[in-house]
Design a protein around this ligand. Structure first.
Ligand code: FAD
Length: 436
């Protein structure tokens, strides 16, 4: 039985390659060059649309661990990237044209794999992997809405920064819900009038990232915090920073302003800043948001972003095997499942290919454990809180903590990476071996 892969981007090419290696026939549909997206400019498969960097390679970085795992999974993107690499210090960067050309030529020459240059306008009968990315064409988006329901397909990403729980100053913050309703659900970061005014001034003067033309009309209903702030110093006090219903136990009084942090993962190691969707440049986010007294030493594991991004509410819709729960011969992969980044997209492509091959061959494979970078991403997209689902890069905070506490950050990260790579090897020997 043949598997259709829709979208020949970073996820789609990996999915097609994984299927092909498992001996499954593949039809890979790519609409370019007949129909372009607003960001791509060539007809090559696996075109990288913006930065030509695939991130750091050291195992003490999230990106390095993810790449090491992908290498262990025989990633096509990584193999070709290494051949098309350009000097980039500790990072892996590619000559984008050489990279995309080689991926394209390689896949086009694989027996049992056909590349079809056609826009898919409706989800075809399964088995099918939908890997059409953040710029999925309009017609297909409509068909995805028919499958998922309107409220489960998002068209842009307007996310707030996420900080690690261990870096919040809990000596100053307090845990409470507004008016005591809903238990101790939020971490509240109080500010005095003086602290708030200093923060407000820095916020309105900070530098923002320009929007692409095709994104301008998307953000009318969702103002970034700096835009709200520009309406006047009091706007935030009546908006996302309103203190009403909150009493600071240290003073027994309502603070002048409060920044609320909401738990972002089940392990409670990550918290997102409520109402802080922003277009500030990343360095500016660190500078300005670190002025919030409880966040002076905050580790920002993810910065806020606003850009065009088509993605589904995966935790409400997908199994950890990236299968659509209600129709299990439909798989999703890449940025559309709510991961972010070239490598994360490619990694989910590898896995969707493996899971779809298992389905075709009538075998059951469970995903890699959540102690691995790839397993933690699958865990995140299928099990995060569906009510506040936000796209995510791989960060070490997604991994369960080590049994033994290691104080030094670099040593801790290296230990997490070693555990991840060991667990991935065990998974390959146990689970993946059953597919081949
Ligand atoms: C403007 C922009 C800049 C980005 N910059 C970066 C960056 O610098 N670094 C980074 O790590 N990440 C970046 N990302 C995020 C993300 O990593 C990339 O978008 C990544 O390419 C996603 O991989 P993907 O396979 O999910 O989607 P894509 O690589 O976009 O692949 C999807 C493919 O599906 C095709 N397609 C769409 N609809 C159809 C259809 N109906 N029928 C057939 N084919 C279809 C598209 O032409 C495309 O080739 C950026 C995203 C955008 C939108």
């Amino acid at each position: 039985m043949e598997v259709k892969v829709i979208g020949g981007g970073l996820a789609g090419v990996e999915a097609a390659y994984a299927l092909s290696k498992a001996g499954v026939e593949v039809k890979l549909y790519e609409m370019r060059p007949r129909k372009m997206t607003p960001a791509h400019s060539t007809g090559y498969l696996a075109e990288v649309v913006c930065s030509n960097s695939f991130g750091a390679t050291s195992l003490s970085t999230p990106s390095g661990l993810l790449k090491a795992e992908m290498e262990a999974m025989d990633s096509l993107v990584l193999k070709v990237a290494k051949r098309a690499a350009v000097p980039a210090g500790q990072a892996l960067a590619v000559d984008r044209e050489a990279f995309a050309r080689e991926v394209t030529e390689f896949l086009e020459s694989l027996p049992g794999l056909e590349v079809v240059r056609e826009e898919v306008r409706e989800i075809p009968p399964g088995p099918v992997i939908i890997a059409t990315g953040p710029l999925t064409s309009e017609e297909l988006s409509r068909s995805i809405v028919d499958l998922t329901g309107r409220k489960n397909l998002f068209f842009y990403d307007a996310t707030s920064p996420i900080v690690s729980a261990s870096s919040i100053d809990m000596g100053r913050a307090f845990v409470a819900s507004r008016y005591g309703k809903g238990g101790a659900d939020y971490i509240n970061c109080p500010m005095t009038e003086e602290e708030y005014m200093e923060f407000w001034k820095a916020l309105v003067e900070a530098e923002t990232v320009p929007l692409h033309d095709f994104e301008k009309h998307l953000f009318e209903s969702c103002l970034p915090i700096e835009e709200l702030a520009r309406r006047g110093p009091q706007t935030l006090i009546f908006g996302p920073l309103k203190p009403v219903g909150l009493v600071d136990p240290r003073t027994g009084e309502m603070p002048y302003a409060v920044v609320q942090l909401r738990q972002d993962n089940i392990a409670a190691t990550l918290y997102s800043m409520v109402g802080f969707q922003t277009r500030l440049k990343w360095g500016e986010q660190k500078r300005v948001f670190s002025m919030i007294p409880c966040l002076r030493r905050a580790e920002f594991v993810k910065y806020g972003v606003m850009h065009r991004n088509t993605y589904i509410n995966s935790p409400a819709l997908l199994l950890p095997t990236l299968q659509f729960r209600k129709k299990q011969d439909v798989f999703f992969a890449g940025q559309i499942v709510g991961v972010e980044g070239y490598m994360e997209s490619a990694a989910t492509g590898i896995m969707a290919g493996i899971f779809a091959a298992a389905l075709v061959k009538g075998r059951e494979i469970s995903p890699p454990p959540p102690t691995t970078a790839i397993g933690s991403l699958l865990n995140y997209v299928s099990r995060a809180d569906w009510r506040n689902f936000q796209p995510m890069n791989f960060v070490f905070g997604l991994l369960p903590p080590l049994k033994k506490r290691i104080r030094k950050r670099r040593e801790r990260r290296l230990a997490l990476s070693r555990r991840a790579l060991r667990d991935l090897e065990d998974w390959k020997e146990g689970e993946l071996a059953r597919l081949l």
